[in-house]
Design a protein around this ligand. Structure first.
Ligand SMILES: [Zn+2]
Ligand SMILES: [Zn+2]
Length: 406
């Protein structure tokens, strides 16, 4: 075993490859190829295409993916609900952003992860799927998730370096990308949603100012909402109230730390739900109310659950067209704060991984992923996830994941 400081020096010398993994010589052959899932038409089947696996340039990292998640936003893309971004019709679309894997090859000069820990080939990692510029007034204010010059992955298949998204065998992390070790105690299945759902929830609740002793209302007990319940508990919330209409999701919300799981099947009108929150808060309302549903009618309902001076956190709305109407005067009189969050600052992913390590025995994270499909069956994964979310009326947890092992 070579001590870590020696390894990182060797990495800088560029000859770490043969020292770390004797099997690599074969992989380095010019003929090495990997699969990428390509969507030719919205709502249709994916094709698996093979591309040349690139050598990482200096500062870049080639990751061999082990898992990718099917996120709610991926379903929106697949259905064609985000055409204004992804094109109509899609041109050889590749996407996917929740993922984890192992370092396959380090570009010259890379020897540590974003927390300064030694990084070696074979290490389990996750990383940001977007790229703040780091040189603008927004990044300077530690709002990197909001960077207006933030780069995104190229989503046209066949564009070098080919492995730009989660649904493929590899991911090419460009120079400067934020990357973090996955703690040994955290499995790949549990770590997969960390770089999207969990980091975003953690970042959002932090921006909303959730504090120890607060009461939080979580609207929606899907993947995001369940993560939010656990994060709010970990942040010291005293009372957590969850709203959903599906009994199995409410049961899971309790397992993730909810004190009160309120069913829309029992509380059939917004007025009754608002009253239920008021009853549970002594008539004052909640400190933080957060939308993880993404249906516009929940916003006015949630705003009415706030205490004076409370904060409404909007995360769920990701497809365009979620228009709601509300009396601005009521916001003023309520001294309401509104926070909307997309993406996150890089520190949130490091915190998300620490959160998973710290709470791995406390909450049943493994129950968040209901199905794991091999990459070759990605079309089935999307159809199943779509069915679970739509026709299945959310009867089960809608998260599906892909395994690259086969
Ligand atoms: Zn996601
Ligand atoms: Zn920037």
């Amino acid at each position: 075993m070579i001590p870590a400081p020696v390894l990182s020096r060797l990495a800088l010398l560029g000859n770490e490859h043969t020292l770390y993994d004797p099997d690599h010589d074969e992989l380095r052959e010019a003929s090495m190829k990997g699969r990428v899932a390509v969507l030719p038409a919205y709502g249709g089947k994916f094709e698996l295409r093979e591309y040349q696996v690139p050598d990482p340039e200096p500062g870049a990292i080639l990751v061999k993916l082990t898992r990718a998640g099917v996120c709610g936003s991926d379903l929106h893309i697949w259905r064609g609900e985000m055409k204004e971004i992804y094109g109509s019709p899609p041109r050889d679309l590749t996407f996917g952003h929740e993922m984890c894997g192992r370092v396959e090859r380090l570009g010259a000069g890379v020897s540590v992860d974003s927390t300064g820990q030694p990084l070696r080939e074979g290490d389990r990692v996750t990383f940001l799927y977007f790229f703040p510029c780091g040189r603008c007034p927004v990044c300077l204010r530690d709002e990197m998730g909001s960077c207006p010059r933030k780069a995104r992955a190229n989503r046209v298949a066949g564009t070098a370096p080919y492995f730009n998204n989660a649904y493929g065998d590899y991911y090419y992390l460009r120079p400067g990308g934020f990357i973090f070790h996955i703690p040994d105690e955290v499995s790949d299945d549990v770590a997969t949603p960390a770089n999207c759902a969990l980091a975003q929830v953690l970042y959002g609740l932090t921006r909303a100012g959730l504090r120890q002793g607060d009461t939080a209302v979580i609207q929606g007990a899907g993947g995001l909402g369940l993560n939010a319940v656990a994060v709010a508990r970990d942040m010291g919330a005293d009372r957590i109230i969850v709203l959903d209409r599906v009994a199995s999701r409410l049961e899971l919300a309790r397992a993730f730390g909810a004190d009160h799981a309120l069913s829309l099947a029992d509380l059939t009108t917004p007025e009754r739900r608002i009253q239920a929150v008021m009853d549970l808060t002594g008539g004052f309302g909640a400190d933080v109310v957060a939308d993880f549903v993404g249906y516009p009618d929940v916003v006015p309902e949630g705003l009415k659950m706030l205490r004076g001076g409370g904060c409404y956190l909007e995360v769920g709305s990701i497809a365009p067209g979620n228009v709601f109407s509300y009396d601005a005067t009521a916001l003023v009189r309520g001294n309401a704060r509104l926070v909307a969050t997309s993406n996150y600052s890089p520190w949130a992913l490091a915190q998300a991984l620490a959160f998973l390590r710290r709470n791995r025995a406390r909450f049943p994270f493994e129950r968040l992923v209901s199905h794991v499909f091999p990459l070759a069956q990605i079309s089935d994964a999307f159809q199943e996830a779509d069915w679970m979310q739509r026709d299945g009326a959310g009867l089960r947890i809608s998260r599906a994941a892909l395994s690259m092992a086969t």
